[in-house]
Design a protein around this ligand. Structure first.
Ligand SMILES: [Ca+2]
Length: 58
């Protein structure tokens, strides 16, 4: 089984931090490798309440 990982190194330790994007709330959840993936970074980017829409890559 192949695991698809989206993300990059957010905490700067050289390992990819898996990232989940939740379009309904405009939040990114980043599992930080430096915290053994037990630490999640939640980033609010965009605001659904204000009518922001995610733009997909083409
Ligand atoms: Ca990392």
């Amino acid at each position: 089984v192949e695991t698809v990982r989206i993300g990059s190194d957010f905490d700067g330790d050289g390992k990819v931090d898996p990232t989940v994007y939740r379009p309904a709330t405009g939040q990114w959840f980043v599992a930080q490798s430096s915290g053994a993936y037990a630490t999640y970074l939640v980033v609010q980017w965009g605001n659904q309440g204000l009518g922001d829409m995610p733009i997909r890559e083409r």
